[in-house]
Design a protein. Sequence first.
Lengths: 511, 762
Amino acid sequence: MVAPNDPPPLVDLIGNLLAEQGRLQTPAARAGVAFDQIENRKSKIENFRSLIPLTAPAPGEQYAFEVNLDKCTGCKACVVACHSLNGLDETESWRDVGLITGFQQDGAAYQQTITTACHHCADPGCMNGCPVLAYEKDPLTGIVRHLDDQCIGCQYCILKCPYDVPKYNKRLGIVRKCDMCHQRLGAGEAPACVQACPTHAIRIVSVSSSPASQLQSSNSNLRTPTSDFLAAAPDGAITLPTTRYVSEREIPTSAAAADAGIARVQPGHTPLAVLLTLSQLALGAQAAALFVTYYVTNTSSFPWGAVALGMLGAALAASVAHLGRPLRAWRVFLGLRRSWLSREAVVFGGWFGALAAAVFTQLPAIEIAAFAIGSVGVFCSAMIYIDTGRRGWSAASVSARFAGTVMLAAGLAVSPIAGLAAAALKLAIDRIALARGPWETRALESGALRFAFRMRSLLGGTGLLLLAAAALGETGAWPVGAAFIVAGELAERILFFRAIDGSKMPGAGAS
Amino acid sequence: MKTVVENLLRAHDGPMTSELVLRPAEFGLGRVPGRLQPASTAKSVCGFCSTGCSLLVHLDESGQAINLTPDPDHPVNLGMACPKGWEALTPLVAHDRATTPLLRNAKGQLEPVSWERAIAEFCSRMKGVQARHGAASVAALSTGQITTEEMALLGALAKFGMGIADLDSNTRQCMATSHVAYKQSFGFDAPPFTYADFEESDLLVFVGANPCIAHPIMWQRVMRNRRNPSTVVIDPRRTETAMAATLHVPVCPGGDLALLYGIAHLLVSRGWIDRDFIAAHTTGFDEFETFLRDFTPARVVADTGVSESTLEQLATLIGTRERVSLWWTMGVNQSHQATRTAQAIINLALMTGQIGRPGTGANSITGQCNAMGSRLFGNATSLIGGHDFANPDHRAHVASVLGLDEKRIPTAASRAYDQILGRIATGGVRALWIVATNTAHSWISHCGFAELRRKLDFLVVQDMYATTETARMADLVLPAAGWGEKEGTFINSERRLGVIRKVSRAPGEALSDFAIFKLIAEGWGCGGMFRQWRDPAAAFAIMRALSAGRPFDIGGIRDYDHIEAEGGIQWPFTSADALVSKFGVRSSEIGQTSDTAQTPNSDLRSPATHERRLFADGRFFTPDGRARFVFDPPSPLPEGANRDYPFVLITGRGSSAQWHTGSRTAKSAVLQKLAPNSAWIEIHPADAGPAGIANGDRVRVSSRRGTTEAAAQLTPSVQRGQVFIPMHFPEVNRLTFPAFDPHSRQPAYKACAVRLERLSQE
């Protein structure tokens, strides 16, 4: 026994202190505290009663977020509370806070933080684009819900949402998004962000869900010539967002997002680039096959139909590789009524069948039918992107590029000169289509996309030179040149995805 | 059948849907994620800033924290928290926690060693340095981030046990100015306010403070004010708070002192001063009045860049509103004339009699969670327990409470942080012990710290992480348990003691700072002196005894549970106050009670004990009970802009999700989403344009001391000729100019001269 006043040997002390460090108070010891807190349960929930509707929306109405910008001062507690109270993954939150800056009428500086989550649109782009009906708009509350077990992870909703709301979750292979904490609202509790805002800037209100009244009821202080919805935010006309931003201050017309003009390079979606390129090349090859068979009547020609079939097969395989949850993809026909992606998938499937039949039967009627179906499929491909309404994916831009690829394959298959002409034309189209705006030009010429853009130009340029050599009689250069041109097309199609200005709410700024 | 087909076609349920199902929890929490159902909860005051928010930590069956929500039942935060508070548990599970002591080996690498070896190494090398170079050759730098009990034990151990003369802490970088200003003006470092004052003012004036970002929960209290108050922000930048204010006064950097004197001048000339209060409760006003004559509007306009009409408007507001409160923080404290600026604010409150009543006061908002604990118990500038080293009575009192030989107590305060570093440069200090601070990042103009490191024979860093810029330079790293892994108290801005609880196991062999100090005491051979410091609770009892008869007497506080049950307790809380509180009688000693403060869920608590302010009776802590007017003429910025360095660089908080050098906040992926993860520089568009700098461009920033790079953020919230870089990236203090307030020795982080170049974007 050591007497109490003797110093304990250091080793014993270390052991004791480490043991003590590892001891936590158990729940039983806290029972008294817990009891106190049960007493307070009611009051905590009641603290937020004034911030949520006490009744379900009336017919013709839906729930919406209302954000009082005069109270939003940028603490961002809402973002973290969404993460914590919903048990989201490490980097995941369904709310963001951005910033707009500008000058007031009197010349003084203006800045305003903007908290934003899903706008639970009256005409949701995500829902309209989903090929498997993984979104539904609750008929009573108007909340746009995502069915996590239905989602195939195609991420088309991300492209369809002008506000960058659905977020891809790599762990799960699906997207997830804000559901306005409908489980809490259903029980009379406020959503996480509403509970967490120290200044009560966020509320849930009932608003008219009729499209006509959607934008008119929002605060006129906040509209600008470029957005009916909110200054520096994407136009509301596309999806009719229901979030109400209100303020007693006017947002100056000079206000711009803090991250305006900063290149936001988007994901390249390589499997999709392969799908688009190969399917369009396949259609071109098929056109060449028809042309060679029925106009040139050179019966011993190269089997372009079989090549087309092979490319289309590879294209479809790539499309499946794009999905986060490919085993659920059999439901892809469900969205036929609304989704161009659903249509493309179904038509491409039919095309593959028809093309295979055509290759094996060599029947002209089937060959022509297969070509027609393929054309419809490529049209659907184009519509997928045109339908997003993104700047840079205009009907003209997308159609010219996709048709150009089809034409290119046909030209390359027919002769070096035809290939040379088609490839030169396609390079010109791409240059015009890619460098649309200031940031894209900067990104392509000197910024983040410089390398990719140079690769694309180098591959295409080398292809042109080789084709020119082939046209001058160096026939061995034809297939090599064609290979370079095809590689250049793949590089272009990756840029098609990367060099798009991701439509979103105002962001927080440079880094 | 139909539903089977429907379910097959559209999966409304399944494993992924289940992941996000919420279930009602006990303890008043409402719905929480199903997999994070708590078995119980514990309350703990947040360990980031000084607001002192209470967090309700959700625990599993083993008592381990699994999640948290802000405490709805706490008078400070009323159920709210800023992002750092919400994410307080995340930094505890970072992969780079220090889990064993690390010792630099012959190859120059840090390698794991046992605690036994670490303590032996610590003691033998520290003692070796002392033997070779004298006791004063060992110094220590501490923090405002550990518990008061730990600060007290460190202070006592270092000074009384180990003979370390110079112990300072990073509170020198944040609160030294307020400490000195209050001490000189009020006779004691005593912030007079309570947070209810935010809700009870008619006019709130914020000087060099951006509570929307730096103290969001205090801004919450401002927003709860039902008196339709005016709010004024005096700040060179048009911050979030300036935007939310009714009046923004865009003073030029360093112009605040002249501005405050200019306001005082106008108050005198308009007769908007409280002569009765001045006569009854202050000294030095006549001299001050004479001094103010020079601060005519014309001069002040020229010195501050503020228009005469704005100056008039501000003086009129202060002179005519019934309840005026003045608030300051780092914009004042981190300047070259910081103490006099803080006192110029105090002078405004004194001359208008705006003190001691609800909604008034000259109020310093604190930075770190426990800066006040450090000020009272750190044993650095003040003798432990808010005493004076030079005062023999104080030394005798401390010696008797601690049961030690009075001769062990030094008769002078420690040297300041900058002086300690200066002594390393000159060879006076050869061994340094750094506890829970990141000097290599945070110290002003820190380029030199690596050089200083080379001059040290022994550098010990005691920290949660072995990866801070400073820990990576250490010879010995002692792995510390962090907030949430130990018990103790913090003292917040409004003098409120709060308790932190052990709700998470520290990783590996990490130990609480308290335990590490105990080990060092034993290893050093002075363990006997600290036998009564058994554990934090015992240390708290010692602190209570030390406080007896001092302005912050906490003799009425029983223990941690008492503090927690009361929702924190503001000092002073004497035994007499405890009786008052128990029987619900209002204390005339302490201050007027809040007449409009209504905090939810606290109906059973008396405002007399829960929202208390000082000086209601007009008696201050000076020997004669009178407050002092302290003033000096303003001086120009030590390093103003010129042709070669045409911009004034301002530094400060980047966002509410960032804290200090990011050693904790950078560990949370969600917090990292809330602000850029690398340095940015805010530039006025009209300055950026001519320099060819576009939003997002990389920019090289150079001062006379160093160069760094940052991403350009074009914003009119900075004025032309000024730029702003947040302090959370190590780059910024390569640039700052090492000027110090002469009274508080606090570094002037807020202004230095820089130039900008756009970098090629390739």
